[in-house]
Write a protein that binds this ligand. Structure first.
Ligand code: B16
Ligand code: MG
Length: 220
């Protein structure tokens, strides 16, 4: 049995859902380049870095650009995305998240946020969660995308907790794989059929009980 000493939460899809804002901003960019993207296309972009998303969008439209243009396009999309982020309020925190974080903290379990987003700090500030976690590891400080375990290993290191004592909460398949590659246990937040490799799957954090969390201590 490995006691739970830290919970590491992914941001987008677990704590808030900014995927609609990413979609609107990527779609605006695609339209400006003369093509369109669908909601299904947007599904592929979850949990993936900004530059990787841009490469996927451009391949959908069959557009090729220079390396310099790639950075300009990514920057343009990000400015549009930030206009949406500026409108975010605490009402956008997903159901049950604050209550679950409170339970965890009261149980003496440490909290980190691990997000591929370079805007994670801004989003957490807009939704009023800045004082609910000890460590934030985001796209500004990690270079290897999930399923590489870098983001979770760094979170554990900054908290001073061994990986075996960490539980990761993730909505992306690559994030669950990254948690396992880090030697951590995982909770998938979302669809059980998609996140079947996770040690436990819940539809939202609000559906997760403290008993279920503590039962994860018994998983190897
Ligand atoms: P940015 P997460 C990810 O956040 C999003 O799921 C993904 O769609 C986005 O492309 C990525 O952040 C980078 O975001 O452009 O703001 O740096 O799920 O890892 O919290
Ligand atoms: Mg996510």
């Amino acid at each position: 049995m490995s006691p739970i000493k830290a919970c590491i939460f992914d941001l987008d899809g677990v704590i808030v859902d900014t995927s609609i804002y990413h979609y609107l901003s990527w779609r605006r960019l695609a339209n400006e380049l003369g093509f369109d993207i669908t909601r299904e296309d947007n599904e592929q972009l979850k949990g993936i870095s900004r530059m990787e998303c841009l490469r996927i969008i451009l391949s959908i439209g069959g557009v090729s650009t220079s390396a310099d243009q790639l950075y300009e396009l990514a920057e343009k999309k990000n400015l549009w995305y930030l206009e949406h982020v500026q409108t975010m309020t605490p009402n956008e925190v997903l159901p049950g998240v604050v209550e679950f974080m409170d339970y965890v903290k009261q149980a003496g379990i440490r909290i980190a946020i691990a997000s591929a987003s370079k805007n994670a700090g801004k989003i957490l500030e807009k939704v009023g969660l800045m004082d609910r976690y000890e460590v934030l590891v985001d796209g500004n400080v990690v270079s290897k995308a999930k399923p590489n375990p870098e983001i979770f290993l760094r979170s554990a290191r900054e908290l001073g907790v061994a990986p075996v004592n960490c539980i990761v909460f993730e909505d992306a398949i690559s994030g669950i794989q990254a948690a396992h590659n880090a030697g951590m246990r995982s909770v998938g937040v979302g669809d059980e059929k998609i996140l079947k490799n996770a040690h436990l799957v819940v539809p939202t954090l609000g559906a997760m009980s403290m008993d279920e969390l503590l039962a994860l201590q018994n998983f190897a």
